[in-house]
Design a protein around this ligand. Structure first.
Ligand code: EPU
Length: 339
């Protein structure tokens, strides 16, 4: 029985960055993706619920999981084609930040704005990770997944992935695909994205006037470490809420009453509002109830000060959603997967 390990009644406390002490009825850690069909065929696995886990940096367990947690621990990075644009296939279990640093070291551009995002490569397409004006979708050529419905390996090209803001087909059909690898197309150079608030200022502070991708990455590392709490220090899952996208009429109405509203108008005319701003103005930044709370550093980040349970965290998140709705009439949605 090579390629995977099975553990019954497995603790998940160290496998989710919100540090919730939930348990899984069965934990299956897989190191060889080709063994997936064999593993999924076990009655104990096939007859119950299944949840795929990377680093657990985008997940809230509100209680124990009565099914199989499939931990992806596959590794490998393969450059399939080099040149002006490189095609690179990466196993789902690789750490995202390690991969970004590897690409920068090899002189590939594109992922510099996405440095330091927690999580695995396999999780990146699921919520289409993004930061500082770049989304990963732009550099994904295809995603390889096990299609549990069709019982075969599926290769989804970028269009089939249906990427949108923190969204993809994998979120819409959560039980269908198990991402096993991601194929990237990375250029040797590109026009750098420096427009997001803070980047140019940070580069100037660093004394860089002709930035290369690794300079941008360094600037992003500075910005992120200043603003976002480190999950190694305090339990959190990054942004817990998505920036809500609302009809122009609602955006305008909120802006009339609160001219300081932070917002961006999208290409489709709808407005994206800063959830962090809405939450801070509703008085939740730095607030807590027991060990569940909102970070005092960034209002989008739900934090576990120590012993909060998943239920505590989820109920605090709901208080935030209700508070923002009462004050602004805007409904926030969680960004992580709530189990
Ligand atoms: N703001 C506040 N209070 C705060 C924090 C921010 O009012 O406590 C306001 C400020 O006016 C600030 C604006 O919100 O200018 C935007 O803040 P920030 O640049 O931090 O970006 P964000 O929209 O809050 C998004 C992503 C982050 C990503 C940053 C930087 C989402 C849900 N979040 O946050 O992604 O790092 O932009 O690009 O889109 C994540 O998804 O886990 C994540 C951390």
């Amino acid at each position: 029985m090579g390629g995977y390990t099975l553990i019954e009644s497995a603790p998940l406390g160290t496998r989710n960055t919100l540090r919730v002490n939930a348990r899984a009825r069965l934990l299956a850690e897989i190191r060889d993706a080709s063994k997936l069909p064999e593993l999924l065929a076990f009655p104990a696995v096939s007859q119950g619920k299944l949840l795929v886990l990377g680093e657990g940096s985008n997940m809230l367990f509100t209680g124990d999981f009565d099914g199989t947690v499939l931990a992806m621990a596959t590794h490998g990075v393969q450059v399939e084609q080099d040149g002006d644009v490189a095609r690179i296939a990466v196993a789902a279990g690789e750490r995202w930040d390690d991969f970004v640093r590897w690409t920068l070291g090899r002189g590939f551009a594109g992922l510099e704005n996405l440095i330091l995002i927690p999580g695995t490569v396999g999780a990146a397409p699921i919520q289409n990770i993004g930061a500082y004006g770049t989304e990963v979708a732009e550099f994904i050529e295809s995603v390889e997944a096990w299609d549990t419905q069709e019982q075969r390996v599926a290769i989804l090209d970028r269009a089939a992935c249906a990427f949108a803001y923190r969204d993809s087909v994998f979120k819409h059909e959560p039980d269908r695909y198990i991402v096993t690898a991601v194929r990237f197309a990375l250029p040797r150079s590109r026009e750098l994205r420096l427009d997001y608030a803070g980047i140019r200022e940070e580069l100037a502070r660093m004394g860089v006037d002709k930035p290369a991708p690794f300079h941008v990455a360094e600037a992003v590392v500075h910005l992120r470490t200043k603003k976002l709490p480190d999950p190694a220090v305090i339990g959190n899952a990054g942004s817990f809420f998505k920036n809500p996208i609302v009809e122009a009429s609602l955006g305008e109405a909120v802006k009339r009453e609160h001219p300081e509203l932070v917002s961006w108008v999208g290409a489709d005319g709808r407005w994206k509002l800063s959830a962090a701003w809405l939450i801070e103005q509703s008085g939740f930044k730095g607030e807590r109830d027991g060990d569940a709370g909102i970070s005092n550093r960034h209002a989008l980040v739900l934090v576990n000060h120590g012993r909060a349970t998943g239920a505590d965290l989820w109920s605090f998140a709901q208080r935030v959603i209700e508070g923002v709705h009462e004050k602004f009439g805007v409904v926030l949605e969680p960004e992580p997967i709530v189990v």
